[in-house]
Design a protein around this ligand. Structure first.
Ligand SMILES: *Cc1c(COP(=O)(O)O)cnc(C)c1O
Length: 357
């Protein structure tokens, strides 16, 4: 079987050793001759998995003791509703930065719950840049931003200094680079981009920020309820949490976020360099806002796409077609994707340049 280079935007690539261990746990978890799929989440074999997953998030993000880490169902999309349910007061206003499809969806949910103020947007240029220099109202209940825009391939390089609690959707670049986790009040991420498989969503929230809203919150949407239940108020996504834990452990054991940030940098530089120097291709994003995780580019002559697709397929490149809203190509360079896979993609682009140049 020849190796497939997996550039999928999500669910995305996982480390091979994590897949091997996960497969083993499905058949015989911890040597107990039971599958991890058929034991209680409250069993003595599973509790340490949840503890370790929570601990690893705090370590990798450098979070202080005010933070509680939850693993919930419902995807990152559920957080679009949970964040305003918990942090937006009935007479308050939430500030949002609109940098793409996911941010827009977060705004839509918040609007159904309370007052929102979109303080900046890059919609005027099909979200190909990150707005900067906007004013954050000092009386907002929080500011919501999206650190990496998976569909458009933009990434916030410098987080805004916020006078109000900062909430961030980090679904597609969590653990990819060093950040000051303690600058945030709430960080959430669907696992399936850079942390694990689909089904679990990580929420790290400052406990001191909760309990300030006067609204009634449905139990399943209430962070305090989930914290009281130690992330087991209801049955958590047992297996996705296990695989996420293994992926975080893989990252930590190899040198953590500092280690992967260097490699992610190399991968992104390698690919952007080819896009900028190969006359057949063009990037879609303002250079200073380019994402290290999702690299979006076009063939200048779109009629050549079928031929390039053929060459990419022959090179065992998978998942590089762009999102329907942008077109062209998108290569996702998540943590588990090795540098050599990016080299293969770049070699295919060079080869295409030779054939067509
Ligand atoms: C994929 C994605 C989402 C949606 O995640 P779901 O788990 O499918 O709800 C939200 N935000 C960002 C930035 C994403 O990349």
């Amino acid at each position: 079987m020849s190796k497939v280079h997996n550039f999928s935007a999500g669910p995305g690539i996982l480390p091979q050793e994590v897949l091997d261990k996960s497969a083993e746990a499905i058949l015989n978890f911890n040597g107990i001759n039971l599958s991890i799929l058929e034991i209680s989440h409250r069993s003595k074999d599973y509790i340490p998995v949840m503890d370790e997953a929570q601990k690893l998030v705090k370590e990798l993000l450098g979070l202080d003791d005010d933070f509680y880490v939850l693993f919930l169902g419902g995807g990152a999309s559920m957080q679009f509703a949970m964040v305003p349910s918990n942090l937006l007061r009935t007479n308050g206003t939430a500030a949002y930065v609109n940098t793409g499809v996911w941010a827009s969806k977060a705004i839509k949910e918040a609007k159904m719950i309370g007052n929102t103020n979109v303080v900046a947007s890059s919609e005027d240029k099909n979200f190909n840049y990150i707005p900067k220099g906007y004013t954050i109202p000092a009386d907002a209940d929080y500011l919501h931003i999206t650190s990496n825009n998976t569909i458009y391939g933009t990434q916030i390089k410098q987080f805004p200094k916020s006078p109000v609690p900062l909430v961030c959707d980090m679904s597609s670049d969590i653990f990819s680079r060093k950040i000051n986790g303690n600058d945030f009040t709430l960080i959430y991420a669907g696992a399936q981009k850079n942390m694990g498989p689909a089904g679990a969503t990580m929420v790290a929230v400052r406990q001191s920020a909760l309990g300030k809203t006067d609204r009634k919150i449905l139990s399943m949407l209430d962070y305090k309820v989930h914290i009281k239940g130690e992330s087991m108020f209801n049955t958590p996504p047992v297996f996705p949490i296990y695989v996420s834990m293994l992926t975080m452990k893989w990252l930590k054991d190899n040198g953590g976020v500092e280690w992967i940030e260097k490699i992610n940098r190399q991968k992104a530089d390698l690919l952007y360099n080819e896009i900028d120097n190969n006359p057949l291709f063009i990037g879609t994003v303002e250079k200073e806002d380019r994402s290290d995780m999702n690299v979006c580019f076009l063939l200048k002559n779109t009629e050549l796409e079928p031929e390039f697709d053929k060459l990419a397929k022959a090179g065992n490149l998978s998942g590089i077609r762009g999102h329907r809203d942008v077109g062209g190509y998108r290569a996702s360079l998540y943590n588990a994707l090795p540098l050599e896979s990016v080299q293969v993609l770049v070699d295919v682009m060079k080869e295409f340049g030779r054939i067509k140049g």
